[in-house]
Design a protein around this ligand. Structure first.
Ligand code: ADP
Length: 551
């Protein structure tokens, strides 16, 4: 431990021990608190889930005896925190919902009876005068904006009510502001600082790495029961159990119901959660999960913020997550107790057609490009054969990350590599295991030529039928006489499809959504065309072996 990351004045540690029960600060906590208490400085805090964000904003006013204002998007989360603080003899209150005792709370607040005031962003916009009065009567040490990524349109969970928080700066010009989030790329962090008008903020960012989370991905098999069982522990013939508290995320309400039925059929206690259910039902589901009355919640991503359950052992996404930042936030709910937990995705390539289709509604070109990029990065994550942990960390750090992962307990790809599965082997889930050393030039040449020969007007199935010399009616008969027809019999249909996914991720093929309706066609991208062109160009001289390495 680095002594420079702890206060030298013992009074700080005494207060920490007395009210919070800890004997020291975590290194970044003190740096952030020191900036508030001793430098009156703004800060932007990006901190991995479980590191201890709350202490950073709860501590200052407990120490000074003044008050901190905390802005948070979720009432239930604030209620929990108010309760936890009260239990530790720190008086806290909440304003912003339909509360019975609002007047009384306001009075007590202005008399300086509370150390922490929680408010919603909506309430903040309408409470400028109250905040000014509170500052002049009691003194506000700090305004903390929790879940600050909601400020940014470039983040994954933009909320309109957060937009108006920029006015805080002029309402309380001398009070330091602290923006906190667990998920922000460098761009989003910049956007947060700009939107909230932070002045020369202290920027802190812990590592995003969560070494206790095992990451894995599989294609959906078409059989929900089989898919789920593959993530469960078999304890007897046809008898499977989840390893512990489990959240299963589905992309639609319909999908939650399908999955719920299967989970119920297996005899597992489970609850359903999505935005269309009445508040009371949602609250019950939440409570049952927290209290271990049900083991599984099948939910849309509406089941999210505020699930402060330390021992969630498994998070399954049944359907592709929206983007890496949402995914990171969602799996952040697993393994908060530090014990090993698993985060698994089942997806199908069709999941992306729906997502792409909805992008058609975006009119702002720059924003559209951004959303497309985010979608593509998620596709890359799902299809990658490299270390998944590195893929996620590289996304947040905007650079290649090389010094993490690689062990058998890191992700499915690392496990495979550690167990030396042969490169090019078709896995049971329909993906390929790949090794960077292996040359797939011949396969690439055959596949690209088939896509070109069939004119780029079909999905991947038709060019694969073509390669395999199939009589299937979906392949127009005129192709049967083409010189390359049946040229790829040396690989199975499944293998070619898995390979096509891989080269699509690497940018050689492109999926183009059909303008009316779902589905997409596959074409050679500029990169693919160039590769093929270089090859044919060279072939006029000496025959060279085509080279294409994946990974
Ligand atoms: P976050 O909001 O960043 O996910 P929390 O504020 O909920 O994290 O804190 C995560 C856990 O870390 C809590 O169980 C909390 O009690 C613990 N914690 C926070 N600060 C310290 C500290 N200085 N020493 C020991 N434990 C701490």
């Amino acid at each position: 431990y680095d002594p420079s990351n702890q206060p030298t004045d013992v009074r700080y540690l005494e207060v920490l021990k007395k009210y919070f029960g800890y004997s020291k600060f975590r290194p970044l906590q003190w740096k952030i608190i020191d900036a508030v208490l001793n430098n009156n400085r703004d800060s932007c805090v990006v901190m991995a889930t479980g590191y201890g964000k709350s202490l950073c904003y709860q501590y200052p006013s407990v120490f000074t005896g003044r008050v901190t204002v905390v802005i948070s998007p979720l009432i239930s989360l604030m209620e929990d925190q108010v309760m936890a603080l009260s239990a530790a003899n720190i008086r806290a209150c909440l304003l912003g919902s339909a509360q019975e005792k609002t007047q009384q709370v306001r009075q007590e607040l202005l008399q300086g009876q509370y150390r922490v005031l929680y408010v919603t962003p909506e309430f903040t916009a309408s409470a400028q005068n109250l905040l000014k009065e509170l500052h002049s009567k009691v003194g506000i040490d700090l305004v903390a904006i929790d879940e600050a990524h909601c400020v940014s349109q470039w983040g994954h969970d933009f909320r309109a009510a957060y937009r108006s928080l920029g006015t805080l700066r002029s309402t309380l010009p001398t009070v330091p502001l602290m923006a906190l989030t667990a998920t922000a790329t460098p761009e989003v962090m910049k956007d947060i600082c700009r939107s909230l008008k932070l002045c020369n903020p202290l920027l802190t960012c812990t590592s995003f790495d969560r070494p206790n989370l095992y990451l894995s991905v599989k294609m959906k098999s078409g059989n929900i029961l089989n898919d789920l069982q593959s993530q469960m522990v078999c304890i007897g013939r046809d008898d499977y159990v989840f390893e512990g508290p489990t959240i299963i995320y589905c992309p639609t309400k319909k999908a939650t119901e399908d999955v719920l039925n299967i989970v119920k059929m297996m005899g597992v206690q489970c609850a359903l959660y999505h935005a269309n259910l009445p508040m009371k039902v949602r609250k019950t589901a939440h409570r049952q999960f927290i209290n271990d009355e049900v083991q599984v919640v099948v939910a849309t991503v509406a089941f999210g913020m505020g699930i402060d359950k330390p021992d969630v052992r498994t998070i399954i996404h049944f359907g592709a997550p929206r983007d890496i930042e949402s995914y990171y936030q969602e799996i952040g709910r697993a393994g908060r107790d530090g014990l090993n937990s698993t985060c698994h995705v089942f997806y199908s390539t069709g999941d992306f057609n729906t997502n792409r289709y909805f992008l058609n509604e975006i009119t702002n070109e720059k924003f559209l490009q951004h959303k497309k990029l985010m979608l593509r990065k998620m596709e890359e994550y799902l299809a990658t054969t490299k270390c998944r942990r590195r893929a996620i960390l590289s996304h947040f750090e905007n650079k290649d990350v090389v010094d993490v992962g690689g062990t058998e307990r890191c992700c499915d790809n690392c496990t495979r590599r550690a167990r030396r599965v042969q490169s090019g082997d078709l896995q049971r889930d329909g993906s390929l295991s790949m090794d960077e050393e292996v040359n797939y030039g011949k396969e690439a040449k055959d596949l690209f030529s088939a896509v070109e020969a069939t004119g780029g007007r079909f999905g991947i199935t038709v060019p694969v039928f073509f390669l395999r010399g199939s009589n299937n009616q979906r392949l127009p008969a005129r192709f049967h006489s083409h010189k390359l027809y049946g040229h790829g019999k040396y690989r199975s249909e499944k293998w070619w499809k898995a390979f096509a996914r891989q080269v699509t991720v690497e940018g050689y093929l492109e999926e183009c959504p059909i303008s009316h309706g779902f589905g997409s066609t596959v074409e050679l991208s500029a990169k693919g065309e160039q590769w093929l062109h270089d090859l044919t160009g060279r072939r006029s001289g000496k025959e060279e072996e085509p080279v294409l390495q994946l990974l």
